[in-house]
Design a protein around this ligand. Sequence first.
Ligand code: NAD
Length: 313
Amino acid sequence: MANYLITGGAGFIGSNLARYILNQGHCVVVLDNLATGRLSNLDDIADQITFIEGDIRDPDTVAQAMQGCAGVSHQAALGSVPRSIDDPKTSHDVNVNGTFTVLDTARKLGIKRIVLAMSSSAYGSHTVSPKHEELPPRPISPYAASKVAGEAYAQGFAASYGLETVCLRYFNVFGPYQDPNGAYAAAIPKFVSALMQGLRPTIYGDGTQSRDFCYIENVCHANWLALNAPSEQCNGQPMNIACNRQISLNAIIEKLNALMGTDLPPMYTAERAGDVKHSLADVSRAKAMIGYEPQVFFEEGLERAIGWYRTSL
Ligand code: NAD
């Protein structure tokens, strides 16, 4: 039985990952300052984990949380492209300086491995499809730039100090515990929540934009594979984590209406700055390096997510 630290473990992805690692028979420490996450996301496992409320930018707190950990999954960040456009300095501070602090503390403590939550937003303006990791980063938002900087640090620390790092470039993740509320909420939870309230969901743009939506279980699985991959695969090279399937926002709303028994067409509003038009992942590198294959595809994931929102909202 080993201890794993999850930074940002009170958030959407981190809280699911905490459950996943507990189910593998290990112990979990969560470090989170509750900026966007919630303690209630951990209610059902509260007595099985160690929760530390604190900031990843504070080296002493990070050191306390990392003490004795076999590995770290670094999920904490300020997500959302629009948030970063509204307030680039805070996104930079948390995502770049926070990630630096996590890496630097890990090397000082002799932690073996860190898996880092990175983002498909690194591809930005590339129109190539599917997106593969040989494409040079082309960020088109402060958020994307901050994530690319995190990857660069992960590679730099692996090369300089032998700290094992794995950068997982998530595409659009969805599933239970993803917050539908607030200006910066993601598309699927917002759509589901609108339909549940009998409201027409809002799409930014014409709805033809498409994404490689990835159910949360795939992301937890990828983190676990990355935490256990052979050392030679852990040099900070980024790898895409998604399903290699593409779906438009219009098609999602059609599917949601069918699954939820509603008939509420979308309302369209202006496109948002920093949004990419199409995003589809080539996942062959993750397969080759850590043995990743998607486990749950979009439709099944959507049904599971709806089931969760129905009982939890
Ligand atoms: P989330 O907002 O639900 O979770 C992030 C967590 O980090 C929250 O619990 C928040 O309170 C915590 N946090 C923020 N600032 C912190 C700080 N300074 N110190 C300590 N904790 C802090 O977001 P999520 O969707 O779960 O995202 C997790 C990670 O995955 C992030 O790094 C995000 O950039 C990345 N990512 C997410 C997606 C997605 O589709 N959800 C896609 C690509 C990448």
